[in-house]
Design a protein. Structure first.
Length: 314
């Protein structure tokens, strides 16, 4: 499976269905997706909390088209990148290997994806597990999604179906997927008091979500939430932050690690193109209709600054 193939299979089903539901033509829907993509780009550059209409199904499809594949690829990098420094200490060779070896033992992997509504982390892990299968007869990939936009639940389920479509019909599924969206502001500590399941996760992922929190007071609240997670989660739980490599976001992530008492064990900056097997051409019809291309590159600036980064912490 590739990210683009999975997203294409989802959009091929969802775009005509949504157009029919809304009583509009597919070209009209594509053109509305283009407008949402332009608005998102402006909002992310505005140096304030972005105002993005994720609750609008057209906006969600636009996000999935334009941004899910590359953000999934970033998480995929974080899973496969060899962590030479940790290997030298006799620890594990990569984050993916670490969680796989745990999954082999216990038969399930429990993740919490902050701002994980679109299913970005789901397709990244699904691709990783398809290429690096678990040898057990039964294996569950269990997601908890903290996303204040409850409407993402519908998109996430459609993404899950598109992933299942990749699996052979003649063989048992290599793994089963479950997901629960907790629709609240992830920075609101009070919401977690009755959510014990949040603390029982093997991996906490923050993919392009810290960069959406601009208000310093909210960032402080998020740091306090992560501090509580750090205290209550299992000692071997991993935390991964992946985001835009700008000063503001890096300072925010460093601040969260500091307040939460997390130790950074690996860091990587990412530039250039997505992986070679990822070909956006499978989205050709949508690219032509929308008149925009999905993101496929992490820009490298004139000073060699790479566009994205990720940090692994314990
Ligand atoms: C840029 S998207 C990233 C989505 C996905 N993780 C990815 O990498 O493609 C940011 C997500 O964070 C969610 N989000 C932003 N602020 C939030 C908050 N305070 N609480 C919960 N979710 C939030 C948004 O609803 C959105 O789904």
């Amino acid at each position: 499976m590739t990210f683009f193939e999975t997203v294409a299979s989802m959009l091929d089903a969802q775009v005509p269905a949504l157009a029919a539901d809304l009583g509009m033509s597919v070209p009209e829907l594509h053109s509305r997706m283009a407008t949402h993509l332009d608005t998102m780009a402006k909002e992310w550059r505005a140096q304030r909390t972005p105002s993005i209409a994720y609750e609008d199904p057209i906006c969600r499809l636009a996000y999935i088209f334009g941004h899910v594949p590359i953000n999934a690829n970033l998480f995929y990098h974080a899973l496969v990148e060899p962590y030479v420094d940790l290997l030298a200490q006799g620890l594990f060779s990569s984050l993916g290997e670490s969680i796989r070896s745990h999954a082999e033992k216990v038969g399930r992997l429990r993740l919490c994806a902050f701002g994980g509504g679109p299913g970005t982390e789901l397709i990244a892990l699904s691709k990783y597990l398809s290429k690096n299968p678990i040898s057990r007869a039964h294996f569950d990939l269990e997601f908890l999604l903290l996303d204040e936009v409850r409407e993402w639940a519908e998109s996430w389920e459609a993404m899950k179906e598109a992933i299942y479509d990749n699996f052979s019909l003649d063989a048992p599924r290599p793994f089963s997927i479950s997901g629960l969206v907790l629709p609240f502001d992830m920075t609101d500590l009070a919401q977690y008091s009755t959510m014990n399941q949040v603390f029982r996760r093997d991996l906490y992922v923050f993919n392009h979500v810290v960069s959406e929190v601009f208000d310093p007071a909210k960032l402080e609240r998020l740091a306090n939430v992560v501090a509580v997670l750090r205290q209550k989660a299992a000692a071997n739980a991993s935390f991964v932050f992946l985001d835009r490599n700008d000063d503001q976001t890096r300072t925010a992530v460093a601040g969260i690690l500091g307040v939460a008492g997390l130790t950074q064990v690996h860091e990587s900056k990412v530039g250039g193109s997505m992986d070679g097997d990822e070909q956006k051409e499978v989205l050709a019809e949508h690219i032509a209709g929308i008149g925009r291309r999905p993101r496929v590159q992490w820009r490298v600036g004139p000073n060699g600054n790479r566009a994205a980064f990720f940090v692994l912490a314990h």
